[in-house]
Design a protein around this ligand. Structure first.
Ligand code: C2E
Ligand code: MG
Ligand code: MG
Ligand code: MG
Length: 287
């Protein structure tokens, strides 16, 4: 956003702008075939309980292995997929793959002492307005035999800004079935705290920008107060708090002291193939 504040000048002064435009167009036209050809894959990043360091589950993060450009991150193609509508079949594919993976984890580790590993799947705003969402989710859970409470759908705060009841209805139905709904990137939008009460969410995911404010030592006392306040509010509304972007042990300790429930970040593990989670969960079970 800082870059676009420079407006057209930035675009014209950037020698790579042309190449990027071509790539953007090229990527957009290549997207539908990429799904058919199986060029997408999913990396999983563990979510860890701050209390005892045990693995709570993992977030599914989609990537595109492009035949010419190599591995592309979601920021490169999710906006294009949203624009062209491919996000609906792509999102369905991600959900099916991820839930299958969750079933495999369950077959390996059973239900654990604190319940099965939970899989977090990101949902685009376009998927929320797609009429098939609830039925397709039910179908996937039934086909795989995975319990609804082993699935958490992440929706960004900005997707729900000013959401009317029609938009919230599918999320409410999913929440009633036992699927967890997380409010992703919380704190980046116009956080309407009063609005939280009407959203069918059970998890707040604090945006990485909060964690970054804690990187310096000593951490900014105002940042600490803000996080402390958000955690208190969330807990009083019966919401669990997850923090993203934890990169150091000091941050993890700080966030644990502030009462956050779970954490995710490079300090624990980068997103990776499902076997990496196997190793972590296994170390957990035996250690
Ligand atoms: P997100 O849901 O907020 O996911 C967290 C992002 O933070 C991921 O970026 C993850 O790799 C990154 N991250 C995790 N830990 C750290 C850390 O310690 N430090 C730093 N600097 N970054 C960390 P990624 O994988 O590039 O995904 C970007 C966004 O793309 C996601 O943000 C999500 O909004 C979207 N996305 C990813 N997969 C899907 C998908 O299947 N469907 C949809 N609709 N969106 C997706
Ligand atoms: Mg997310
Ligand atoms: Mg997030
Ligand atoms: Mg984020």
């Amino acid at each position: 956003r800082a870059k676009s504040a420079g407006g057209n000048r930035f675009e014209l002064a950037d020698p790579e702008a042309d190449a990027r435009t071509i790539t953007r167009h090229g990527l957009t036209t290549a997207l539908p075939a990429a799904l058919d050809r199986g060029e997408f894959f999913i990396e999983y990043q563990p979510l860890v309980r701050l209390g005892d360091g045990s693995v709570r589950g993992a977030e599914a993060l989609v990537r595109w292995l492009h035949p010419q450009h190599g591995v592309l991150g979601p920021d490169r193609f999710i906006p294009l997929a949203e624009h062209t509508g491919l996000i609906v079949p792509l999102g369905r594919w991600v959900m099916e793959q991820s839930v299958r993976q969750a079933r495999e984890w369950r077959e390996r580790y059973g239900d654990g002492t604190e319940g099965p590993l939970r899989i977090n799947v990101n949902l685009s705003p376009c998927q929320l307005t797609h009429p098939g969402l609830v039925q397709e989710t039910v179908d996937i859970l039934e086909r795989t035999g995975v319990a609804p409470d082993a699935l958490c759908l992440e929706v960004t705060e900005s997707a729900l800004i000013g959401a009317d009841d029609d938009l919230l209805k599918p999320l409410r139905r999913l929440a009633e079935m036992g699927v967890d709904i997380a409010l992703d990137d919380f704190g980046t939008g116009y956080s309407n705290l009063a609005n939280l009460r009407r959203l069918p969410v059970s998890v707040l995911k604090l945006d990485r920008s909060f964690t970054q404010g804690m990187q310096q030592f000593p951490a900014d006392p105002v940042d600490l107060k803000i996080v402390e306040g958000i955690v208190a509010l969330a807990h009083s509304l019966d919401l669990a708090v997850t923090v993203e972007g934890v990169e150091t042990g000091a941050q993890a300790e700080q966030l644990r002291t502030l009462g956050c429930d779970t954490a995710q970040g490079w300090y624990y593990a980068r997103p990776g193939p499902p076997d990496r989670l196997h190793e972590l969960a296994l170390a957990d079970a035996t250690g």
